[in-house]
Design a protein around this ligand. Structure first.
Ligand SMILES: [Zn+2]
Length: 440
């Protein structure tokens, strides 16, 4: 393996911290916003009038779960376009139902729904906790307030059935019914009428009756960490797609530290709801990105005729999401000419059916950026007889009509509660992203 230099290790360390701080899309968005604030990016609100200037740094949040941060370039977008790195803040998980409290066989349990394509077996026998967003009223008024909550002790578990009671499980596979087999144990039967609200109220310093509703996710308490005799790997939750969010954010911050203002407009956008198809008010199929690009065009300098359309014609969208690394025990699942390896650099994803946006043109553009920075590049296509996953790329590219490319870092165990990736790849991806903003 190429050596994990001190520099590359420190980037991996920061990614590990980012993963641990973001158990939900709300927390991922908050983490990104906090880093942008620290770097003097101005928080623009969608309801306000925007005035921006060349070299200015801004960010905007929608629905607490999608965020875009950008640096206005030296020249107006109409002449230089945008360089946009897109990722997603959400990951498949289990979410608590509105009326969740179940009493059964002396246990207290919580009803949960499945969010996205969860690899359900990986959620069994893990020490779980709860994080998300809670809506509550004030004590003496009816005004709703928003609270972000992150419980950090192990309070939930979905126990596997003992092998003695399910003797064929190793040969037949673990079959889990989503309605019957996923409710985690939440202690023994409680005297509380609503034990979940009771717990949340305690945590937030509220009365149970003040809590009106919530968006709550289950998450694994085990922290992300290095793995392997040479720390070759990182193991943790939500690598898909916080890895790409992290690299997008870090590259933007590094560009913002440079003395010279970048030529073009550099943006990173992280959408919620990719894992459920993006068709929400803050997802990649919403107006979030197009509205921001439009408003930048109108808020910087003298708006020129047809500025928005002209800016799009010279823009490039880099859709960053994870790629399937070759699995040594299931080699036959991969296209033999296209094995993505861990720690071998960004993977360019192609699909003739257009599930990825990459063309020979956009692929060559990205590969040149990497070559010029001595970053290895890999190319991926699915086996021709297997169906292909999807990304935010096609939605954004078709909506805006801009050149796009799908890339991502190689990983194993995608959508497991504990995924893994290479520890050198965050460095490679970050370098490639910086090149995308400034080199071409
Ligand atoms: Zn993803």
């Amino acid at each position: 393996m190429k050596k994990l230099t001190k520099h590359a290790k420190s980037i991996a360390d920061n990614l590990i911290q980012f993963l641990d701080n973001a158990p939900t899309p709300f927390h991922a968005t908050q983490s990104i916003a906090q880093r942008l604030e620290e770097a003097n990016f101005t928080n623009l609100k969608e309801e306000e009038l925007w005035e921006t200037k060349p070299g200015g740094r801004y960010y905007v949040i929608r629905e607490d779960a999608s965020i875009a941060g950008w640096i206005n370039g030296k020249t107006a977008p109409a002449s230089s376009g945008f360089r946009i790195i897109g990722a997603h803040t959400d990951s498949p998980n289990l979410r608590i139902k509105p009326n969740p409290n179940i009493k059964k066989n002396n246990y207290q349990q919580l009803g949960v729904e499945v969010y996205g394509g969860v690899l359900l077996s990986s959620w069994m026998d893990r020490d779980l906790s709860i994080a998300g967003r809670v809506m509550a009223t004030g004590i003496n008024n009816k005004k709703l307030t928003k609270h972000f909550v992150l419980l950090d002790s192990s309070i939930l578990r979905i126990p596997l059935l003992a092998i003695h009671l399910n003797p064929d499980v190793n040969t037949n596979g673990l079959v889990l019914n989503r309605q019957n087999h996923l409710a985690p144990i939440f202690g023994l039967e409680s005297k509380q009428k609503d034990p979940l609200k009771f717990l949340l109220a305690q945590e937030l310093g509220l009365k149970s009756s003040q809590i009106i509703d919530y968006d709550l996710c289950l998450y694994d308490l085990q922290k992300a960490d290095f793995l392997g005799p040479q720390q070759e790997f990182i193991a943790g939750s939500r690598i898909d797609n916080l890895f790409s969010c992290f690299c997008g954010l870090e590259s933007l911050l590094q560009v913002s530290k440079r003395k010279d203002i970048p030529e073009t407009n550099c943006m990173m956008v992280a959408f919620d709801n990719e894992e459920i198809g993006s068709l929400t008010s803050q997802g990649a199929r919403s107006s979030f990105l197009s509205s921001i690009l439009n408003r930048i065009n109108h808020s910087v300098g003298q708006p020129s005729p047809q500025a928005y359309e002209r800016s799009l014609s010279t823009s490039v969208f880099l859709s960053a999401d994870m790629a399937h690394a070759i699995h040594p025990n299931y080699q036959e699942k991969h296209e033999p000419q296209h094995f993505p390896y861990l720690n071998e650099g960004p993977v360019i994803k192609r699909n003739a059916q257009g599930r990825y946006t990459t063309s020979g043109h956009s692929s060559a553009h990205f590969e040149m950026i990497c070559r010029n920075r001595n970053i290895p590049v890999q190319k991926f296509v699915n086996r021709t007889d297997l169906s292909c996953g999807s990304t935010i790329g096609p939605f954004v590219a078709s909506d805006l009509g801009i050149t796009a490319i799908d890339i991502g870092a190689a990983m194993l165990s995608m959508h497991s509660i504990r995924e893994m990736c290479g520890s050198l790849d965050p460095y490679y991806m970050l370098e490639a992203f910086k090149g995308f903003y400034t080199d071409a």
